[in-house]
Ligand binder design. Sequence first.
Ligand SMILES: [Zn+2]
Length: 71
Amino acid sequence: MEMNTTRFITYENRINPHITIHKIGCRQIAKNGGVGEGEYHEFQNYSDADNYADTTNLPKRNCSFCKPHSM
Ligand SMILES: [Zn+2]
């Protein structure tokens, strides 16, 4: 199996304005998903997720649990 299938997810929340970048499968995504607010986008690589996050003009965070930027 190739390792280039790793994907990333951004979670953006406009009520508590921020956007967080996660690796796919992060437990924190499921936690946020239960709320039913915010928006999710999937990406094939970190730079695409990072670039998208910049376009939202929301404060950008890297999840401290899955550390998407450390890959
Ligand atoms: Zn995460």
